[in-house]
Design a protein around this ligand. Structure first.
Ligand code: F6R
Length: 611
């Protein structure tokens, strides 16, 4: 949520900031702004997207080699020009960009107002800017100390970058709870909320830890911990390329990411699944494998799509490894008083690795003594650093706000884990194991085949683009797919969609069904096939429109449903990976036809770093 970017060096700052903001726009797009230091600090900001900001800046002086920029997802104060970042302190000495929430901002603001400080905006960030300046002026101190002292009075989360007009040779950056990455160039530094704006300039990055404060001059970076100790920056090499964060000829990132799934799944199991080998190699779990095998219970936590992947994980672990699993919304788990036993293992799932609720739930689980594993996509993000061990998903950068390839890669990792644990528990015979691995390697090719049907799914989408409601049904492994299909449709097309276990339909949702209601049924051939056929009949008996995702060659459902989308046959275990793909495409085409901004749906942000 909110993207921040900053530059100090010998280049003109503006192009770096604008490019960076465009790359970060998926984190928020309510408003955008930059501040560039030349002789003085010039601030340009406005409501809307980065393209609106570019127009707004036309003809203005934008030169300067130090600058900061921000793209906002509004928390405090509506999206408008005044609330847009950067924010400047009351005497204009400090200009700051901030991602996160200052929870005690109201109390701090009142205290500053009592002392005569005037505010322009409704934001928590301006409170921080004014607090820094107040301390700076009252204490007659330097900028770094003023920032530190101000932060010591703040409750909440921040990733922030500060520009001080009196000390124009440096940027001051700090992190607590919100991510911040520094790219190390040759006598230049790039700062951003994540590495996507940095990778085109340098692959050497430093991920700040909570409590870190960095003082950055173009020729020198000083890193200090919260205790003011100097700390040696740990430089990490980025593992992705610039090409991976471009649209690559597709109209939208979401479409590109849907089409990338055969490759991203392969990348996720490459080196870990070897067809001729009777092992699965999950290096990140070696140390903890005995505990995972012995675990009496696994608690999976996540949010949104990652929570849906967790539900698939429940079926996988119960089926293949006979481990009991509970799947929890991280946001609920963290505020309950959950019972965690010593033999339990918590698995946190997150694409971004920065979701605030998931991070808080991890901290709670750790405090209660649990071993916490992570399944995460963004290397070096907070969740892999907070967890005891884990597995990366290797989906590559996911830029479209609606998650697609991250979901299938999360399920891929969960399937590998469950198969491995099942095998180590002696529940999966050698022959079954070989078969499961063989089937796994066929998944990417089968998804390729589904993707060739994109045009017919587009035609189907055209028929239902004006629907106002829809229902998604599935059973067993396919119930989480129904939930995920419904989430995709509602978040990018704004059509109301609900996912249900098919058998639950008669306990309420069936009342909604009429001849205008599309009911998407995920009904491939699995153990509950006969049951779902009955559910389809129940819908048809009420004149509902049935769109069914079925196994190739299915004649029974084809004879009943209004439309079928055929997908290749697959093991139960992998049916989720295949059946979700047509639903992603269906939502995508509907949203495009409705003129929605598919990659940046209204009100949403890619990485939810506030609770
Ligand atoms: C939906 C979507 C969100 C995320 C959720 C968790 O398409 O993208 O529901 O799945 O915000 O995000 P991560 O996985 O980054 O923790």
């Amino acid at each position: 949520m909110c993207g921040i970017v900053a530059y100090i060096g010998d280049r003109e700052a503006l192009p770096v900031l604008i490019n960076g903001l465009k790359r970060l726009e998926y984190r928020g797009y309510d408003s955008a702004g930059v501040a560039i230091l030349n002789k003085e600090v010039n601030i340009y900001k406005c409501k809307g997207k980065v393209s609106d900001l570019e127009q707004f800046m036309e003809g203005k002086d934008k030169t300067g080699k130090i600058g900061i920029g921000h793209t906002r997802w509004a928390t405090h104060g509506e999206p408008n020009d005044v609330n847009a970042h950067p924010h400047q302190s009351y005497h204009g000495k400090f200009t700051i960009i901030h991602n996160g929430i200052i929870e005690n901002y109201a109390r701090l603001r009142t205290r500053l107002e009592e002392r005569g400080v005037k505010f322009q905006s409704e934001t928590d960030t301006e409170v921080l800017a004014n607090l820094i300046e107040y301390i700076y002026e009252q204490g007659k101190t330097d900028a770094e100390l003023a920032v530190r002292l101000a932060l010591s009075k703040v409750i909440g989360a921040y990733g922030l970058v500060v520009l001080c007009a009196d000390e124009p040779d440096k940027l001051i950056a700090a992190r607590k709870g919100s991510p911040l990455v520094i790219g190390v160039g040759n006598e230049e530094y790039f700062l951003a909320s994540d590495a996507t704006p940095i990778v085109e300039y340098t692959k050497s990055v430093i991920y700040l830890n909570d409590g870190d404060v960095a003082i950055i001059r173009k020729e020198q970076l000083i890193l200090k911990t919260s205790g003011q100790d100097m700390s040696v920056p740990k430089v990490t090499e980025l593992t992705f390329d610039i090409g991976e964060i471009d649209k690559g000829g597709y109209e939208h990132f979401m479409l590109k990411e849907i089409f990338e799934q055969p490759r991203s799944i392969e990348d996720t199991f490459r080196g870990r699944v070897r067809p001729d080998d009777l092992e699965l190699h999950l290096g990140g779990l070696y140390q903890v494998m005995p505990k995972l095998v012995e675990a009496k219970r696994i608690i999976i936590i996540g949010c949104g799509t990652s929570w849906h992947a967790g539900l698939v994980g429940e079926y996988l672990f119960e089926d293949l490894a006979r481990t009991s699993v509970e799947v929890e919304y991280a946001s609920e788990f963290r505020y309950r008083n959950p019972i965690i036993n010593k033999d339990d293992i918590v698995i946190a799932i997150s694409q971004s690795g920065e979701t605030a609720d998931t991070l808080a739930a991890i901290k709670l689980a750790k405090e209660q003594g649990a071993l916490v594993l992570g399944i995460c996509n963004v290397v070096g993000s907070s969740i892999p650093r907070e967890t005891d061990a884990g597995v990366y998903t290797h989906a590559g950068p996911e830029i479209g706000v609606a998650s697609t390839k991250a979901f299938t890669c999360q399920v891929t990792v969960l399937a590998m884990m469950a198969i491995l644990v099942g095998k180590k528990k002696g529940l999966i015979s050698e022959e079954r194991f070989k078969n499961l691995i063989h089937e796994f390697t066929l998944v990417p090719g089968k998804i390729e085949k589904i993707l060739t049907k994109a045009d017919s799914i587009k035609k189907l989408a055209a028929l239902y683009k004006d629907a106002t409601n829809s229902l998604y049904l599935g059973r067993g492994y396919l119930f989480p797919v129904a939930l995920e299909g419904a989430l995709k449709l509602k978040e990018i097309s704004y059509i109301h969609a609900e996912g249900y276990p098919a058998a639950e339909m008669k306990h309420g949702p069936i009342a909604l069904i009429d001849d205008k209601m599309p009911v998407v049924v995920v009904a491939t051939k699995d153990s509950s096939y006969e049951k779902i056929v009955s559910n389809i009949q129940e819908v048809k008996a009420r004149n509902g429109i049935v769109i069914a995702v079925v196994t190739e060659g299915d004649t029974v459902i084809s004879g009943m449903a209004d439309h079928v989308i055929e997908i290749p046959d697959a093991e139960n275990v992998y049916a989720t990976l295949l059946s979700v793909v047509p639903l992603q495409l269906f939502s995508y085409y509907i949203a495009v036809m409705r003129g929605c901004n598919v990659d940046q749906p209204r009100n949403l942000a890619k990485s939810v770093t506030v609770e």
